[in-house]
Each structure stands twice: as C-alpha cells, then as structure tokens.
Ligand binder design. Structure first.
Ligand code: GDP
Ligand code: MG
Length: 474
C-alpha cells in the first residue's frame, strides 16, 4: 500500500523539486534586478541622447560653422572691437563662447540632487575618480565646469580664467575668493563631447551672500546669460523659497525659454504628497516667473538607483525620457542656436556702435573753439545724455525698439572705463576704395547673412568654401 502510494506521489515530488530548482537557477536575485534596472536607466540615457553616434555633425554643419565664423569675424567683430563692446557689460559674448559647446547649468537649493544627477548623466556614479561629491548635507561649494578631455583632470579656477583657449577669463572680475571656488573637471565622456555641464553650490537660504566671500548671484548671472539650458532643481521635501532663490528668479527673467524646473527625488514622497508639492511649487513660483507660458516642470528621480517600490515608476520614466529629449534638442539644434545668439550679439553691437557715435556727434556739434578745454562739455553729455537728444536719435532708426535702448547709467559706466579719444566716428569706418562701410556690413549680416545661413542650414544647402551670399566674399 505504502509502495503504491509512493509510486503515485513520486512523480509530483520530483516535478515539484525540479520546478523549485529551475526557479532557483533562473529567477534573478533582487540584486540582479536592481543592476538590470540601473543598466536600463543608463541605456535610456544613451539611446535618447544618441550617445553612440559619431559626434561630428557632418559636412553641412561644418560648412555652416565656417560660414558663421566668417560672418562673425568679417562683419561683426570689427565694430565690436573698435567700440569696446565688451566693456558695456551687456550680454557681451566672445567668439569662443559663440562657438563653444552648448552649456547646461544646474541650479537650485542644496541637496536637491544636482551633483547626483550630473554623475548619473555622465555615468560617473560608481567609483569613478570624476564623480562629484554628493551628500545629504551641503557638499558642493564650488562652481564646477565639466568638459570633455582624454583623461580625468582637475583644473583650478585660476588656471581656467587664464587659459586663452577657454572663455572663462571674464570670471576673473569676481575676485580671488571666487576663483578658489571655481574649478574645471575634464573627463572622457560621450555626453561631454556634445555639451558642457556646470554644477553650482546650492542655495542656502539662511546664509548671507557676503559670507560666501564673492558675489554668488552675479556669478550665477554670468552662467545664466551663457547657458543654453538651465535646470532649476527642487526637492519635494524642502520647498522653502527664500530671499536668495527669489533673487535668482529675478535673474532668470528674460531667460524663461531655456528654464526647466525639476522636482527631483520624487521617490522620497508618496504620490499624494507629490501632487500636493507640485501644486505648492507652482503657487510659490507664480509671482516669480513672469511668463504667460509657465516653464516646463519635470518630475522624477534622476539618479542611478532603482525606483522605490510604491512610487510612480512609469511617470518618472516618461518624465526622464522627455527631459533627455529636451537635452537632445539642444544638442541637435545647437547651430541654429549659435546663429540666433550671433545675430542677437550683432544687433547689440550695432546698437552700441550707433550710441557711441551719437555721443561723439553730440560732442563735436556742441564744442566751441577747436583747442579749448571741452572736458566739462563731455562730462555734461555723459551725465545728461537726454539733454543732447542722444537716445532720441537712436529712436529714429525704425528697426530699433524703445525696449532695447540702453540706459544713461550704462554709458556713464562705459565712459568711466573708456576715454572719448578711444573712438572714431562711424563714418571713418568706410573703405576709400570700395565705399563700403563697416556698419553696412554689420546690418547686412543681421538682415541677410545670418537669416540666409539659417535657411540654408535647414534646407541642408550649405557647402564649404561657398561665398557668403551677401558679402560676396569667399
Ligand atoms: N531618494 C533619492 N535621493 C536622492 C536622489 N538624488 C539624489 N539623492 C540624494 O540626495 C542627497 C543630495 O544629493 P546631492 O547630489 O549632493 O545634492 P546637491 O547638493 O543638489 O548637489 C544625496 O544623499 C543623494 O544621494 C533621488 O532621486 N532620490
Ligand atoms: Mg552638489
């Protein structure tokens, strides 16, 4: 009887044991699952940002880059240099900056996951020597510029600002204390072949600016003006918006198009809490962001860890893909952005050259005897340009908006640095032989050269060595 029973049960027992053994062999451990999830997260970054593709943009973009450089050097730079545009302190950008890789700036309160997110994007979160320091306490006290290089290398701020091949020399004006807190990190990375990332010290609301030893907000402004994309990162458990952040919001005015808000570490709260925080974030931001269309807010957990159970995995995943696509657009359309930035620069250089010319004309038309001391007259013009109709003359140009006009204060500062005798009037920048003037070339670059380059780039119609359509030069 017992033998019969055993014969009947045995196949089931053996089958059951086999299933258990098989399951043991093939079921991935929770560690494997975590590793797999992390790997998937990294492969999504690679796929969406196209990091496996060759980085050179092909013939069209190289030819377009050359044409842009030609327009910049021949049509824009001569007046930029002659009228010391850089001293005006009005969004002055150098050739190096125009042709640099797009910059992505990470801003926000401390411990919101800025450095962790950079490590995650670069894949330096494990034991890489290039890993940025992270932690629950305020860990980042430096502005760190991450760029591509053949090997891991740390470059001190003082070295960065004196390197002519880079374009950080204007940062010198923020003083030695700042340079102590400024550094570059070079590392081989396919992402850094495409963009430059800038990590910043967190905003600490209870800390006075002066205790930093340098003008933190002014330094942020320098980077804000130059970044192509700004990630302002928040932590859902610490949404206090204090005075330092308020100042930052004011500084972001006019740059809303490149601003993205990230509600990071969203895995630290429950879905209900997250919804409440999302609403609160918008509420706090409303008076600070002066745009009809509010900036895009991404929600997620941008780090190399699996999503926490019980949190909104699929939402985080989709949000992360959208954010990466946003970054990819910046990389893909960088030449278009460069052309637009160059055109804006050209426009400001023109406005500046016309303004200085108006000051010069006002001086020449009002001065008395040829060899007399006219320094009082000059001081009067600089102190009260309205009396001499300087800005009214600029308004006579139909293509200059009143909203773009400079202020008298800007030119008081400018002429404090620059003597009148530094400048020649615009009429002196005309060729005796061809009759062509530098201002005509600048206007042609703004109205024809740069817009045509954009059109040709979009239609894939740019070739190397091609004559610039307007200047007729090769
Ligand atoms: N739960 C969770 N913690 C995170 C996330 N991102 C970063 N952290 C942690 O938050 C802390 C602060 O991160 P850190 O990158 O130093 O913040 P930073 O001061 O903004 O650069 C660190 O302990 C990180 O491990 C995330 O998405 N989820
Ligand atoms: Mg940090």
């Amino acid at each position: 009887m017992a033998a019969c029973l055993l014969r009947r049960i045995l196949p089931f027992v053996l089958w059951g044991t086999a299933v258990v053994l098989c399951a043991d062999q093939h079921a991935p451990s929770s560690r494997d699952l975590r590793a797999e999830e992390i790997q998937t997260k990294h492969s999504v970054i690679k796929r969406v940002l196209n990091l496996d593709e060759n980085v050179t943009g092909g013939n069209v973009s190289e030819a377009a880059q050359q044409r842009l450089l030609q327009i910049y050097r021949e049509d824009i730079h001569p007046l930029d240099e002659a009228y010391h545009f850089a001293d005006l302190n009005r969004d002055a950008i150098s050739e190096g900056e125009i042709f640099a890789k797009p910059m992505i700036l990470f801003l926000g309160p401390w411990s919101t996951g800025k450095s962790t997110m950079i490590n995650y994007l670069l894949g330096t979160d494990k034991d890489s020597p290039s890993k940025l320091r992270t932690g629950a306490e305020p860990t980042t006290s430096d502005f760190t510029v991450l760029t591509h290089g053949p090997n891991h290398r740390i470059i001190k701020g003082i070295q960065l600002v004196s390197d002519k091949t880079k374009h950080y020399s204007p940062l010198q004006k923020f003083g030695l204390d700042f340079l102590e807190r400024f550094q570059g990190v070079e590392l081989p990375s396919p992402l850094l072949e495409r963009v430059t990332l800038v990590d910043t010290p967190g905003i600490i609301e209870n800390k006075k600016q002066q205790t930093r030893g340098y003008p933190f907000n002014d330094v942020c402004q320098w980077f804000i003006d130059r970044a192509q994309l700004i990630f302002l990162i928040f932590d859902p458990t610490k949404l206090d918006i204090g005075s330092e952040l308020e100042v930052l919001f004011k500084q972001l005015k006019g740059h809303e198009a490149k601003l993205r808000l990230i509600l990071n570490k969203a895995d630290t709260v429950t879905p209900q809490e997250l919804m409440r925080v999302y609403g609160a974030l918008f509420w706090s931001l409303a008076p600070l962001v002066h745009e009809v269309e509010p900036p895009r807010v991404y929600i997620g957990s941008m780090w190399s860890q699996p999503y926490r159970p019980g949190t909104m995995h699929s939402v985080f995943r989709d949000e992360e893909i959208s954010l990466l696509s946003d970054m990819h657009q910046i990389i893909r359309y960088q030449l278009e952005h460069k052309i637009a930035a160059t055109r804006r620069h050209a426009f400001l250089v023109r406005l500046h050259a016309l303004t200085v010319d108006c000051y010069l004309n006002a001086y020449n038309n009002n001065r008395g005897i040829v060899f007399g001391d006219n320094s009082q007259l000059w001081r009067d013009i600089v102190a009260d340009p309205k009396k001499y109709g300087i800005f009214n003359k600029l308004r006579q140009h139909s293509d200059i908006s009143v909203h773009d006009l400079p202020t008298a204060q800007m030119y008081q500062d400018f002429f404090y640095l620059n003597n009148l005798s530094n400048f020649k009037s615009l009429s002196e920048f005309c060729s005796f032989w061809s009759g062509q003037c530098a201002m005509d070339r600048l206007v042609k670059a703004i109205n024809n050269g740069l817009p045509n380059l954009l059109t040709d780039l979009r239609s894939g119609n740019v070739t190397t060595g091609q004559c610039s359509r307007d200047s007729g030069k090769c």
